[in-house]
Design a protein around this ligand. Sequence first.
Ligand SMILES: O=C(O)CCC(=O)C(=O)O
Length: 248
Amino acid sequence: MSPQTLSTAAARFAEDGYVVLEDLFSEDEIRPISDEVDRIVEGRADYMPAHDVIHEPGSDPPRLRNAFRMHIYNPYFLEIAREPKIVSVMEEILGRPVRLYGSQLFAKPAMVGTAVPAHQDMPYWPFAPAEMITAWIALDDTTLENGCVRFVAGSHRLGMLPHAPSGVEGNSLGLVDHPAVNALPERAVEVRRGSCVLHHCLTVHRSEPNRSAHPRRGLIYVYMSPRVEVTDPSRLKCPPDFPVVSRV
Ligand SMILES: O=C(O)CCC(=O)C(=O)O
């Protein structure tokens, strides 16, 4: 990515709290990633432990909703997290060296994929400062009908906002209704397969159910700046040796 493209992406991100990197992966690059994710979705990935997958409530046969921490169970997913096209933007915004916190799949299966309540990511995490960014890689075209992610532009400047239990397995926290958030524009971000959307850990976002006949799969990675530290080890759900993904 050219220095010009990197600084334009960083400026957009600073303004809105998210930025779309359209067509970041070519079809040839995204296909093997998509195929491996399908193995997880279809229950063929025997490296995934049962405690790190959850299914859509009431789905019969059970349809996968989320998988967590895939990079710990399969080095292929760690390799994807090291993709220089993503890491270079992270370094531009967060500084070096960038570390990886987590990976997760939002499978949003056809017809039964449920909503993700509005939330910020930071209230879920035992870290400070709030210098963490999620890269959301589209494994399918995302549309209004299949539940594309919606971001509240500028909400990352509001600080950490009150959340309450949401009752949703996989997304246990939901934003408490907040006038400052309601005053900002929410943008539904439709992207093509292979695109990547970065969002700040304080940006409010959500998604609606998948009402289409096709899945809407998003593979996410969460990156941390060199300054981020664990504030409450008892809330960590993985070992604290976060892999450095910046090249030395
Ligand atoms: O994929 C979705 O629907 C929600 C994504 C999300 O909550 C996240 O990336 O933090």
